[in-house]
Design a protein around this ligand. Structure first.
Ligand SMILES: CSC[C@H]1O[C@H](OP(=O)(O)O)[C@H](O)[C@@H]1O
Ligand SMILES: Nc1ncnc2[nH]cnc12
Length: 287
């Protein structure tokens, strides 16, 4: 059996992972350009881990500037099977109080300026995305969050906006009317690419604010988000440490077969350059 490798993509406020042993930093090249930073590999207990800060160390990249394709490619290249994303989110529901954890099970993509597929350049594919999150990984993250004492909302819709500006009050009210639970700027793109790369994907979303819809509560600001993250980043790390213990066994989900029936293009017609570019992501389907 292949040794499971767990990837962690750290979001706003999570730029490093302490507690790893055998730590190494790797610069990983990809056909899509550079990932957000060096990738950090190591072991947490018995489990092989790879960590990547989504916005780079020091938070240098806008959500729209994050090279999501390079990030997912680099994780896959280093053998990652399951991706735990950590993200700051605005709460769109009163009961999701800043400081609570949400494990979203749906995404609503409102982004407009992202490369969100590995397909193209002579190969067409359509993965199923009705359930965009790995159910097994999500359940383990929710259970782990409860174990460390977090208040957890299991399931919920994450609306992914382009940013970088926060929403207007009109947008925020309309999103609430749509029934979304939380709002952020990064996860839809990542989840789409993770699915195409046959990686499990689920998010520990930390509610940091009530966006700007809730009268009587402060409107979202970087200051408020950062303060809330600083209070809760240790909890996010504890959730990861608890979850990793349950993730070493073989995957029982279908994430690792997401491309089995997804590729439309006659294999004989896929250009050699595209075949080569995609070898790490889907090489097993291209022969
Ligand atoms: C600092 S507030 C806005 C910023 O925070 C979230 O980032 P991430 O998902 O990487 O934790 C949100 O998506 C925005 O990028
Ligand atoms: N209100 C909000 N909107 C978008 N992204 C966020 N990240 C944290 N809070 C946010």
């Amino acid at each position: 059996m292949k040794e499971m490798t767990i990837g962690v993509i750290g979001g706003s406020g999570l730029y490093a992972m302490e507690g790893l042993e055998d730590v190494r930093e790797e610069k990983v090249g990809t056909p899509y350009g550079d990932p957000s930073d060096l990738l950090v590999t190591g072991r947490l207990g018995d489990v092989r881990m790879v960590f990547l800060p989504r916005h780079g160390r020091g938070h240098r990249l806008l959500p729209s500037e994050v090279n999501f394709r390079a990030n997912i490619y680099a994780l896959k290249k280093l053998g990652v099977d399951q991706v735990i994303s950590v993200s700051a989110v605005g709460s769109m529901k009163e009961e999701i109080v800043p400081g609570h954890i949400v494990i979203p099970d749906q995404f609503f993509d409102r982004t407009v300026a992202r490369n969100s597929t590995f397909f193209g350049e002579g190969i067409v594919g359509h993965v199923q995305f009705a359930d965009p999150v790995c159910g097994r990984l999500a359940a383990i993250l929710a259970q782990s969050a409860r174990e460390v004492g977090a208040t957890v909302h299991e399931g919920g819709t994450y609306l992914c906006m382009e940013g970088p500006q926060f929403s207007t009050r009109a947008e925020s009210r309309i999103y609430r009317g749509w029934g979304v639970d939380v709002i952020g700027m990064t996860n839809s793109t990542e989840a789409k690419l993770a699915r195409e790369a046959e990686l499990c994907y689920s998010t520990i979303a930390l509610a940091t604010d009530y966006d700007c819809w809730y009268e009587g509560h402060e409107d979202v600001s970087v200051e408020a988000v950062v303060a809330l993250i600083q209070q809760n980043v240790a909890m996010a790390k504890d959730i990861i440490a608890a979850a990793v213990k349950c993730l070493a066994g073989e995957r029982t989900c279908s994430c690792g077969m997401a491309l089995q029936y997804a590729i439309m293009t006659d294999r004989a017609l896929i250009p050699a350059a595209t075949r080569e570019k995609l070898a790490v992501i889907m090489g097993k389907y291209l022969s």
